[in-house]
Design a protein around this ligand. Sequence first.
Ligand SMILES: [Zn+2]
Length: 622
Amino acid sequence: MKRHFLSVLACIGILNAFAAQGNGVKEVKLAGYIGGRIDGCIEKRVLGQSVDELVEPFKAQDETKGRWASEFWGKWIQGAVASYEYNHDPALLEKIKEGERKLIATQLDDGYIGDYDKEHQLHGWDVWGRKYTLLGLVKCYRLTGHKEALEAACKLLDYTISQIGPDSSTPIYKTGYYRGMPPLSILEPVTYLYDETGKPAYLQFAKLIAEQMNSPEGPMLIDKADTPVSQRFVLKPGDSWWSFDNGQKGYEMMSCYIGLLEMYRLTGNSQYLQVALTTWNHILREEINITGGACSLECWYGGHGKQTHPASHTMETCVTFTWMQFCERLLQITGDTKYVDQIERTMYNALMASMKHDNSQIVKYVPLEGFRREGEHQCDVHINCCNANAPRAFAMIPRVTYRVPNRDRIDVNLYMPSQAILQIGKRTFTLTQQTGYPASNEVKITVTPDKTTQANIALRIPGWTPNAIVKVNRETMKGVASGEYYVINRQWNAGDEITLTMEMPAHLVSLNQSVAIERGPIVYARDSRFNDGFVDEVVTIPNKDGIIQMKTEENGKDMWITVSVPMVRGTYNDASTDTRHIRLCDFASAGSTWDERIRYRVWLPKLYTPDNPKSGQFQGYW
Ligand SMILES: [Zn+2]
């Protein structure tokens, strides 16, 4: 009985894998602001990257300082493969093949691909780098079908197993920093290589890794799943932040849970799913800030409750991407819209904020106030971890926007001007979205099947909307609920029209005597380019139960969405005479030119009123 139950779970996993491969989605083209940002990212960050520069460290093999140059190739090529799956650009395919060929040429006879010299292998970021190499090679193989890529990956994995596998006395978690989370995150590609080869040794190694993820001397990712992620291992005075003792490193931890989700898919062991879900909830509640980013100095720090206070080096873009990846994986497994809500928020705010307005660079850290600037070059390569990683996040967006989760359903997850060609059974559907969302609250989708067909089209109704209306050919549908899919099952004829209208009140978010302004998925910021007073000044914003007035304004230069909100500035101004419309822009546009003379701010200091300290409202005070 138990065995049967497990095999059913395993089957569900296999079906999810089917969906995860994007089967059923033939083509997606995104336009508008997001579409333009993705195209820009591919042009500048993916096609514009020199392959030789990324491969060079693998040829030199002289790393002795414990650095991470071996992660750049694998991060970049995964972004390149995902970008190609979106735009099918032949020039990009050639570039991927060049990257594949040149990397494989660096493989040593014993199977090693990396940048560490022989005696320094298994230290620093060596195994972590191998993880990215394995991921990159598997993704290349799945795209190009080149057996050489799969063989190179297997040789590298065989060599790694000979060093830290079941017959070795070296624990995997001892081969890296942060309680071994970076090397243990190699689990994800090991599961993929098991998928491709069926070799029992790979499954055995995967099980060993999962077991060591829970070692008391390692990160204890299973037993500590219900401990807040910033409190799992407390650093003692004198312990170094950037060391083995720190068990709070953000994206390395999430990368391990992504590996455990792949183990759940392979084995059906629901404990792996459970610990990932529990940890995801902790991260959401205790770490993710209003813009969907997290971490200070790249680690969990209870940042959700502390986000009103400027913290050192916040919101590493690698954390932003890996959070989106964690959400996408759980969406594939559970089909729950709450994961899309998080992807949407992070995408519009933290992710878009990470890329310079001309798409040329990705920041390493995005503060909620201050200015943005270029990240450093790392490990003697003209790139850094975030510039290498972020294209994977941009290329994820088309994949999430439209999904075919099973053979008779299309999910529309994200709303933006776009067109998708989707296959359901033998039928082909073309969906065309016209919308000014998220500046506007209306979406129109035209459905064109190649032949009249019965099918399900599901719309994601965001959890943040108090109310939404769905119409099909102008007929209002019943039973639409926030935070769920609204599934429309009907005979679809060419030209059928779905409209979605979401209630999207502009509102205040209050925390620690500060306020932030949100409407729909967008967070707004003051920006000194408006010359509307000082961005750091104390403000009182007239509101009714948190709902505020917001006006659309002409867009500022290099800004996507510009609005204004009535505010009273300062500590003794009078609401009746001193209320001004103060302009704000979407958080991503704030400081997006990386001119350090610009200053912006999300959390605005809220006026303290001793007669009414709780609300801080001046109504009733005057
Ligand atoms: Zn990074």
